[in-house]
Design a protein around this ligand. Sequence first.
Ligand SMILES: *[C@@H]1O[C@H](CO)[C@@H](O)[C@H](O)[C@H]1NC(C)=O
Ligand SMILES: *[C@@H]1O[C@H](CO)[C@@H](O)[C@H](O)[C@H]1NC(C)=O
Ligand SMILES: *[C@@H]1O[C@H](CO)[C@@H](O)[C@H](O)[C@H]1NC(C)=O
Ligand SMILES: *[C@@H]1O[C@H](CO)[C@@H](O)[C@H](O)[C@H]1NC(C)=O
Ligand SMILES: *[C@@H]1O[C@H](CO)[C@@H](O)[C@H](O)[C@H]1NC(C)=O
Ligand SMILES: CC(=O)N[C@H]1CO[C@H](CO)[C@@H](O)[C@@H]1O
Length: 490
Amino acid sequence: MLFVTLLKNHNKNSTDRNNCFQRFYYTPSECLHTQNFFLGKLFKAFIAAILIVFLLTVYGANYELHRDFLSLIKPIYNTEYENSSTAEYLDSGKQATKQLKLIPNNSSDISEAYRKKWIGFPEMYGRDCPTALKTKVNTIIFPSEVKRTHPIDIIADASDCKSFIEKYGYNRYLAASQEELDFPIAFIILFYSDLDQALYLLRSLYHQHNVYCLSVDTSVSVDFLRAVKLVAKCLPNVFVASKLEHVVYAGFSRLQSDINCMKDLLKHPVQWKYAINMAGQEFPLRTNLEMVKILKIYNGANDILGFTGERTFAHWHGVKAEYYTDTKTGKKGIYRTGKKHPPPPHNITVSKGSAYGTFSRAFVQFVIHDPVAKDLLQWAKEIYSPDEFYWATLQHSSVVAVPGGYTGKPDLKPWLTKYVSWSTDNEPCATIHTRLICIFRYELFANKFYITHQPAALHCLDEFLFNLTFTRSTRNLTYYNSLPFILKGN
Ligand SMILES: *[C@@H]1O[C@H](CO)[C@@H](O)[C@H](O)[C@H]1NC(C)=O
Ligand SMILES: *[C@@H]1O[C@H](CO)[C@@H](O)[C@H](O)[C@H]1NC(C)=O
Ligand SMILES: *[C@@H]1O[C@H](CO)[C@@H](O)[C@H](O)[C@H]1NC(C)=O
Ligand SMILES: *[C@@H]1O[C@H](CO)[C@@H](O)[C@H](O)[C@H]1NC(C)=O
Ligand SMILES: *[C@@H]1O[C@H](CO)[C@@H](O)[C@H](O)[C@H]1NC(C)=O
Ligand SMILES: CC(=O)N[C@H]1CO[C@H](CO)[C@@H](O)[C@@H]1O
């Protein structure tokens, strides 16, 4: 029974809500990050000791206790975000443009991309993806591992752009259709590990006429960052964010990193129509042409998740959060202090959502330039997990006229940017073996996949989307016409 690194418990039942630090709509990659951090042996022992103390002194609210316990490990509050600067992005990839020869525009050439092993993982060639995508098949027909490519290899490969493109297949698609050329999309990809997987994602999305902002955590190794920069140099319209952040789990820097990319994107010559942000461990469920057609149906509306009422998690946004640095590991974390945090400025009502969304260009301009949006961003700086409040609150505000915003009850509308998996106790942030039903879902992306866990899922999905792209076929997109949040007329 095949696959996938996806995806469990889409129905948000109560037990799953309690996982992963009670994140209501957490982003699994961050979730995993945190678990690794917090589950270090020393930390475990420490938590155990502290828990005993807590049990003996049963009093106070949860966050108060959390604060007390953290104060024991000598908190150092640091609200300065580390950053590095690479302002070369406008030049990025320019020299490489000529070297990107697309495969010729005729259908006999589909075999060329296969022959060059530009689709999926070479280890999996000859395996029957169509059957695996449709029915249950035994997973052992697929290799359980693929060869990894490390930053150091990528540095070597990307030092010569021509051979890099040839080897990795960034030119594997046909020239895009006029419809796609007329509707460029901006993609924001944030990642801090598994560079090969992030590049695999980039290849699946890459068309020269779109634009891609790569944002890596400043905690990555020197080689990792160098590799990313070299890749960006080889690919037209791919650039590294001009300002990078040290992304602290549930901290403001996660949101800031997307804002940094958005600022860069607005200055970029490509006149993209929509921006979609994502983590490096996602994978698209739609081809570029399908996304274009879907976004045209949205007609300027954003697709942003929103919950109201109790589901806004008042104990998160109503309470100040602060940074601390673990003196042993030097890692930064964030915790809720227990001090009251005021409601948002301008009488805006809080909604809670996700870090990820599909944002119209006008919305992004609003975010970067509008004084009310800036005030709200300022407000979000001091709360726990601001990325899960900022987009949602802005999008669903009834007092501010937000481009592409939504004023109905947000809880009732679907959210199609991501299909997100949920954590279970045994499996960190859920990877389960199920049939790859996700390709028939309506979301644009799925989160998350591991290159180390059933990579066949990534392989077959890539092959499937490549075939659709090559034949320029689109699936039935009628569903999107009836979405409540789309803007009617022009
Ligand atoms: C490639 O072929 C398709 C039809 O098969 C056509 O619509 C498209 O415009 C062609 N693109 C180029 C760049 O020739
Ligand atoms: C398609 O491309 C192949 C190889 O690039 C070429 O031999 C063939 O003549 C082309 N077919 C058409 C119809 O253009
Ligand atoms: C907020 O709303 C209240 C009542 O709904 C109103 O009295 C007040 O003036 C508003 N404040 C701002 C800043 O708009
Ligand atoms: C993609 O197309 C190739 C070549 O036509 C075919 O062999 C393969 O089975 C197709 N895969 C999927 C998932 O459709
Ligand atoms: C496309 O999907 C819609 C439902 O979303 C359905 O009503 C319609 O019949 C489908 N059309 C085709 C051609 O399958
Ligand atoms: C740690 C670090 O590099 N900080 C820099 C972040 O960016 C600002 C302005 O761009 C610099 O002044 C800091 O030195």
